[in-house]
Design a protein around this ligand. Structure first.
Ligand code: SAM
Length: 299
């Protein structure tokens, strides 16, 4: 079933991602671990004039259907798999490839997921609390908000949502309103916990941070990033590269730490500090403003 949505995802930091991923090469095999709507894959194909082979993964079957449509003119160069990047070896095996020349991860949520009806990622829509990227996974946002202890919820909102002052109050408000069924229920629980003056003062909608925190927990995003980054060097040819674009300081911190730990033996770090999007890009695409890119090369 294809869901309705009307806004395309704008790929972030395309120029910088290609610069670090390809390092000037026009050939090779690359994995886009987060194919999304296929924007970065298309850019890679254009930059390499169709000479590179690309394996694209996305855990969200609905998003992958869109990538398939968007990339239908490039069938000879691209193989897409509905898999979590945690399982990228399965895709490599099926594609008959042992090692590749680059891995790209552009982690987080896509515009499709935020805008499509029925996925439960957005506080702007009133729908069941879902937020699963993998539609065959059991745990949903409803399970998290209805079954976690108050102190666990508070920690998740504090850490993953960076909601420093109101995490406890929001957790208490959620627990007092159980069971929560819809995104509107969660929105209202957050609203009740944050005073009006604070809500109006914020640059972003007051529910953004808590929704982000619940989404990260539902999809185990931080654990997945860490375990995948740790495995990647073993599947890179010498000179092959990893590029990760993240939108959260905890994700960027994981990349920084794993790259550092591996820089003794397996990796050369290419970005001493995280690379940020240009002012021009942020002006065109506000979502890019919190993007940070890190890259490393297999020694
Ligand atoms: N680079 C893409 C583009 O240019 O269109 C956009 C990627 S979007 C920011 C992030 C994507 O990662 C989403 O489509 C999401 O479903 C996917 N994703 C999240 N967790 C994943 C996982 N564990 N394995 C594979 N894909 C995942």
């Amino acid at each position: 079933m294809s869901r309705q949505y009307d806004e395309r995802h704008r790929s972030v930091m395309i120029h910088e991602a290609l610069h670090y991923l390809l390092g000037g090469r026009l050939t090779g095999t690359y994995i886009d671990c987060t194919a999304g709507e296929g924007g970065h894959i298309r850019a890679m194909l254009e930059a390499t004039e169709g000479q590179a082979k690309i394996i694209g993964l996305d855990v969200d079957s609905e998003v992958l259907n869109i990538a398939e449509q968007n990339l239908k003119d490039y069938r000879e160069s691209v193989e897409l798999f509905n898999l979590s990047y945690v399982d990228f070896e399965i895709a490599l095996r099926q594609a008959g490839v042992e090692k590749v020349d680059g891995f790209l991860l552009d982690v987080g949520v896509s515009t499709f997921q935020l805008k499509a009806k029925g996925r439960g990622f957005s506080y702007e829509l009133d729908e069941p609390l879902d937020m699963r990227m993998n539609l065959s996974q059991k745990r949903t946002a409803a399970d998290v908000v209805n079954s976690y202890r108050e102190d666990e919820l508070s920690r998740i909102i504090f850490e993953f949502g960076d909601e420093k002052r109101f995490a406890r109050k929001i957790a208490r408000s959620i627990v007092s309103r159980r069971p929560l069924f819809t995104t509107k229920d969660l929105h209202d629980a957050i609203k009740a916990a944050i005073p009006p003056a604070e809500r109006y003062k914020r640059r972003r909608h007051f529910a953004t941070k808590t929704f982000q925190a619940v989404r990260i927990e539902v999809n185990q995003e931080l654990e997945n990033i860490e375990s995948t980054l740790r495995k990647i060097p073993g599947f890179l040819n010498q000179g092959g590269r990893i590029v990760i674009i993240s939108f959260h300081s905890l994700e960027d911190g994981i990349a920084k730490r794993v790259f550092r730990e591996k820089s003794e033996s397996e990796l050369k770090i290419l970005t001493k500090k995280p690379v940020q999007p240009s002012k021009e890009e942020v002006e065109l695409n506000l979502r890019a403003r919190s993007a940070r890119l890190r890259a490393a090369e297999r020694i």
